[in-house]
Ligand binder design. Structure first.
Ligand SMILES: [Zn+2]
Length: 457
């Protein structure tokens, strides 16, 4: 462990990466948004940098977090692309910070962020909340009490309040004065087939519950940020999400089998950067930019071969940028293992009622070079959209713009590694991890006890 002397140079800043799982860019109250669901997040944005065009490199938890922590695309880091388990050889932002003398803590509510899947390489300590019987705030407080003073820290927190099944809370203002219990009964768990169009009134109830869950996550952010600031006034905080959520757009629910911007566009705020004025940054950025940015702000050495770049911190910087996202179908993942078979079975069930016109099968990659976005599918013709006129991606203009489409598709990197299951895959994660994945809707309910799909706790 390196030590930091009290010389003329300021010690590296402590850093918080706070991920509110399953939050769309238009969900939290950042800037001009309509609902005051996230007052604390909003305050951090007003005092810091709000990135209005931030894109996740993958539409679901595991590969999205892998891109944040490695600065790589899914086809480069391979997590959620060839395997559900990160290779030991991957170099993460955490490992770099540990080498630079940082103390590191991970506190996760999402079971994909457990040591089973090996993304949390380099963390001195990690708490999977469900195994510890603590709240996220208690886990952070306990760690802070026991850590030796002096070294800077890197704390990563993932909270899943807005993830289905949506719970809401007593103060939630539900449509039609619905009771909370009645509203909870309308969760996506009651519409397990992704392509079944839900009743618009039910969608509104689900969206409201989801918004109320964001308030719970915001309160966790307020408490944890407060605890860390007490010990590190120079704290740099990054608050973002791993992916969004469909609420009936493209006849989809949840966050699988799509690379639409309802899933890829995520909120992003950076707070506490010394010498940087508060601003709204409209440049296109990716969440794979977080790892290189964190390392630069910490003065640590960069990661090998990273796709991401350091985030612009002034409104006039970095306007020209193509941002790539990738989704590998479960079929590409390790079908030969227990985990792979479980995912495949769940994917078949979810898509069983999708019509042939729904491009939900196979792998897909998107590239945004504003105002255009191209999507390449393994099973369908590529699509092209003009986001300035059609932000909902409903009018495919590929036919009349072939050369522009080709130009965008050429910006996609080589597809990287061919799916090739590793022998080290977790064929059977621990029961509590399987149980948590099931509760979040990733795996099919056990036939013996279908009630287990309900309830986040
Ligand atoms: Zn997630």
């Amino acid at each position: 462990m390196l030590t930091f002397s009290c010389g003329a140079e300021a010690p590296p800043p402590s850093i918080l990466l706070f991920v509110i799982d399953t939050t769309r860019a238009d969900d939290p109250a950042l800037g001009e948004s309509r609902l005051e669901t996230t007052p604390y997040w909003r305050r951090l944005g007003e005092e810091g940098l709000v990135y209005s065009r931030s894109i996740s490199q993958a539409p679901w938890t595991l590969p999205a977090h892998a891109s944040m922590l490695t600065g790589l695309l899914p086809s480069q880091h391979g997590v959620g692309w060839v395997s559900t388990r990160a290779e030991d050889a991957l170099v993460t932002v955490t490992e770099r910070l540990a080498e630079a003398g940082y103390e590191t803590l991970a506190v996760a509510e999402n079971p994909w962020l457990t040591p089973t899947f090996n993304l949390l390489q380099g963390f001195d300590q990690n708490f999977f909340i469900r195994q510890k019987g603590l709240t996220a705030e208690e886990a952070v407080a306990e760690w802070l009490e026991n850590r030796p003073a002096g070294a800077p820290f890197f704390v990563f927190v993932n909270v899943v309040d807005p993830h289905a099944p949506y719970q809401g809370h007593e103060a939630c203002r539900l449509p039609d004065r619905l009771a909370l219990d009645e509203a909870r009964a309308l969760n996506p768990g009651t519409h397990p087939e992704l392509c079944v169009p839900a009743d618009p009134a039910e969608l509104e109830v689900m969206r409201t519950l989801h918004q109320c869950d964001l308030t719970l996550a915001d309160e966790k952010l307020r408490r944890i940020h407060g605890l860390l600031l007490e010990q590190a006034p120079e704290l740099i905080s990054i608050v973002t999400s791993d992916h969004g959520e469909h609420f009936g757009e493209h006849q989809l629910m949840s966050h699988q089998f799509s690379v639409r911007n309802e899933l890829l566009a995520v909120p992003l705020v950076v707070h506490g950067l010394a010498g940087i004025d508060p601003a709204r940054i409209d440049a296109w950025v990716g969440t794979s930019d977080l790892a290189p940015s964190i390392l630069e702000w910490a003065g640590a050495s960069p990661l090998p071969g990273q796709e991401g770049r350091t985030l612009p911190t002034r409104p006039e910087e970095g306007r020209e940028r193509a941002v790539v996202s990738e989704y590998a179908d479960y079929v590409s993942l390790e079908a030969s293992t227990g985990m792979g078979r479980r995912l495949l079975a769940a994917g078949r069930g979810l898509r069983s009622d999708c019509g042939p016109d729904q491009p939900v099968f196979g792998s897909m990659r998107s590239v945004i070079r504003y105002p255009h976005k191209a999507i390449q599918y393994s099973e369908y013709d590529a699509e092209l959209f003009d986001l300035s006129k059609d932000p909902g991606e409903t009018r495919n203009i590929a036919e009349e713009n072939r050369s522009l489409l080709e130009e965008l598709l050429a910006l996609l990197p080589e597809a990287g590694r061919v799916p090739n299951p590793s022998p080290e895959l977790p064929s059977e994660p621990a029961p509590e991890i399987l149980e948590s994945l099931r509760a979040l809707g990733y795996l099919e309910a056990e036939e013996s006890d279908p009630s287990k799909t309900n309830g986040k706790e």
